[in-house]
Design a protein around this ligand. Structure first.
Ligand SMILES: Cc1cc2nc3c(=O)[nH]c(=O)nc-3n(C[C@H](O)[C@H](O)[C@H](O)COP(=O)(O)OP(=O)(O)OC[C@H]3O[C@@H](n4cnc5c(N)ncnc54)[C@H](O)[C@@H]3O)c2cc1C
Length: 280
């Protein structure tokens, strides 16, 4: 019989004895989830002198920023003030040095047809503006795999104890106090103990399993795919020379794809072009 048969799986229940797992580490701080929030928390704690373990279920760091191919750190400025700083500025700087991020220089952060033509397809513009064209602003178009690389560098340099392929499965709570977590790994369940546990799973896996109350909601997600060997210069030249035809084609494609994004494809700093398929 097929074990995935819904009739069977619905009725199946099994009870196991209390779990015994080896303790792999004891740290001041344990961070669960290696996305942007987890890396920032782990690196900041380690730089402050704490011993830190960072757990990530997948084979690489970056969470949605790398695995979900975010492509652009959009609009990080309010007027002249750069408002999104800290660890993310280090990412931007390092990615730029590697040639894996592009940021409009201060002189280009204005509204003009010429600057729109130069920067628009990198997505580095003020999304909320109602002007046409939209103003170019401080934002970073980046390569998702570059994000993984910089995350590794930041974590390694800060001396964080990184454990990949470690899927949080249950909290260790004693008398209402969080003492650590259990992860599922290829070697079986493993325990990681800490004075402070930070949940950066993006889904509050740890907090919710530990009994914390939460509000359930949903948000639009954008499914991104990448295409290589696309002549994006030719596509842009066509758009700029034939704005009416290009708008008609874009409208047709947007109808097919759906979603909220005005631009359905973006350029990235590496040679590949990227198609963004927005869905709500
Ligand atoms: C296409 C796209 C474009 C976006 N554009 C922008 C943008 O321009 N600007 C912006 O600010 N935001 C943007 N976002 C949103 C941004 O990506 C998220 O806000 C950000 O990634 C959240 O970071 P996080 O670390 O909290 O969570 P996540 O990125 O979700 O990272 C969570 C990490 O925890 C790990 N994890 C989860 N569960 C477990 C578990 N049980 N055990 C172990 N590890 C676990 C995951 O594998 C992941 O690595 C975009 C998102 C998408 C998809």
């Amino acid at each position: 019989m097929n074990s995935l048969d819904p009739q069977i799986s619905l009725d199946l229940r099994t009870t196991t004895a209390d779990l015994t797992a080896p303790v792999i580490s004891r740290s001041d701080v344990l961070v669960v989830g290696g996305g942007p929030a987890g890396v920032a928390a782990a690196v900041t704690a380690a730089r402050s002198g704490a011993s830190v373990t960072l757990l990530e279920r997948y084979s690489s760091l970056g969470g949605l920023a790398s695995g979900g191919m975010v492509l652009v750190l959009d609009d990080m400025i309010n007027g002249q003030e750069i408002t999104v700083t800290g660890i993310v500025s280090e990412y931007v700087e390092r990615l730029q040095k590697l040639g894996l991020a592009i940021v409009p220089p201060a002189d280009d952060r204005k509204t003009s047809e010429e600057l729109w033509n130069k920067w628009g397809r990198y997505g580095t513009f003020d999304f909320h503006s109602h002007t046409t064209p939209k103003p170019v602003c401080y934002a970073a178009a980046f390569d998702p795999d570059g994000w993984k690389r910089v995350s590794n560098d930041l974590v390694r340099e800060a001396g964080v104890n990184l454990r990949l392929h470690s899927w949080f499965s249950r909290p260790i709570v004693d008398n209402g106090v969080m003492k650590g977590v259990i992860c599922e790994t290829k070697s079986g369940p493993q325990a990681f103990m800490a004075d402070i546990v930070i949940d950066t799973t993006g889904d509050i896996d740890v907090a919710s399993r530990a009994g914390a109350s939460y509000v359930k909601d949903s948000y639009l997600t954008t499914l991104v795919f990448r295409l290589g060997n696309v002549d994006t210069n030719a596509a842009e030249a066509f758009e700029q020379a034939n704005p009416k035809e290009a708008r008609a084609i874009n409208r047709k494609i947007k109808r097919l794809l759906g979603g909220a994004w005005e631009l359905w494809w973006l350029k990235t700093p590496s040679t590949a072009s990227s198609g963004a398929t927005p869905r709500t």
